[in-house]
Structure formats: C-alpha cells, structure tokens
Design a protein around this ligand. Structure first.
Ligand code: GDP
Ligand code: MG
Length: 151
C-alpha cells in the first residue's frame, strides 16, 4: 500500500467542485486516510513549489494557491501515487485527456484542480509537510477483496 498527497486547489473550492473531485478518488477505490481544510502560507508554498522557483510564474502560482483555503487529502491504495497521477491527468488542463480530472474540469495550466505527489520520495515529504502523524488514520476498508482480489 502507498500513501499520496492530493491538494484540492483554490480553483476547486471556488468552483464548488470539492465533493465531485473527492468522489472521483473514492469511486476509484482509494482509501481516504486524512483530510483537512487549511489556508496555505507563502512560506509553505515556497517549500512545496521549490522545484519551480526559477520559473517566471513562481509567485503567480503561490498567489493562486493562497486566494482561499485548500483541502489537503491523503489517499492510500496499491500503487496509489501513480494511480492518482493518472487520474489527475496532464498538467495543462487543455491538453489533459478526457476522463482525467484535469481533462474533465480544467481549461488552464495553472488552475488545474488538483496537486498530486509525483514519486514515493515526494509523497513522503509532502505528506509530512501538510499532515501531523495524528492526522493520518490507519483504519481498514472492509471491501479490500472486492477492490483488489488477490493482486
Ligand atoms: P504537476 O505536477 O502536474 O502539478 O506540474 P508541476 O509540478 O510541473 O507544476 C506545479 C504547478 O505549477 C502545476 O500544477 C500548475 O498549477 C503550475 N504550473 C506549471 N506550469 C505552469 C505554467 O507554465 N504557467 C503557470 N501559470 N503555472 C504553471
Ligand atoms: Mg508536480
């Protein structure tokens, strides 16, 4: 089992899509291990987007990520990190395939609905960045056999 971080971005909150996007991950069969609303600061966003700090849009994405609170989620499942990236789709919503979250709900490269961790290393780091240990719950889903058979 893997855990991964998803952030429902301010555009998602503003457009009233929280439930719809959470529902996508739930219906896929991922287990919601943690979830909270939080208002991201410039400091935490500078850390989170450090890989983009030389880009001309660095300040713009940090501003966009702090116009209102976001929803941070920890989703768990077999191969969850890649599964969630696949569900999210390509970064630019205009290029993202129909059926993906960004493909279905976004017309923008910046306002692209969700953040999703891109590797086991970033997932571990990002979950630590946004959650305390006590906010991640290790209950079991009672339908694992229906979800995974004996994979
Ligand atoms: P992701 O992993 O698919 O989210 O993409 P990246 O890690 O490369 O970029 C992080 C976030 O920065 C993206 O989700 C977008 O919101 C934003 N972003 C990426 N490229 C651009 C760009 O060219 N212009 C703007 N305005 N935002 C961008
Ligand atoms: Mg990324």
């Amino acid at each position: 089992m893997e855990k991964t971080l998803v952030i429902l971005k301010p555009c998602t909150v503003q457009r009233g899509l929280i439930g719809e996007i959470v529902s996508r991950f739930e219906k896929k069969g991922l287990r919601l291990a943690g979830m909270k609303m939080t208002w991201l600061t410039d400091e935490i966003l500078s850390e989170h987007y450090a890989h983009l700090k030389e880009k001309p849009f660095f300040q713009r994405i940090k501003d966009a990520m702090s116009v209102c609170p976001v929803i941070v989620c920890c989703w768990e499942g077999v191969g969850a990190i890649q599964v969630v990236r696949t569900l999210a789709g390509a970064t630019n919503g205009r290029n993202a395939a129909p059926g993906t979250i960004r493909g279905d709900y976004s017309m923008s490269v910046q306002e692209n609905i969700v953040h999703a961790s891109d590797s086991p290393e970033t997932a571990a780091m990002e979950l630590k960045r946004f959650f305390n240990d006590t906010e991640i719950y290790d209950y079991k889903l009672n339908n694992l056999l229906s979800l995974y058979a004996n994979d």
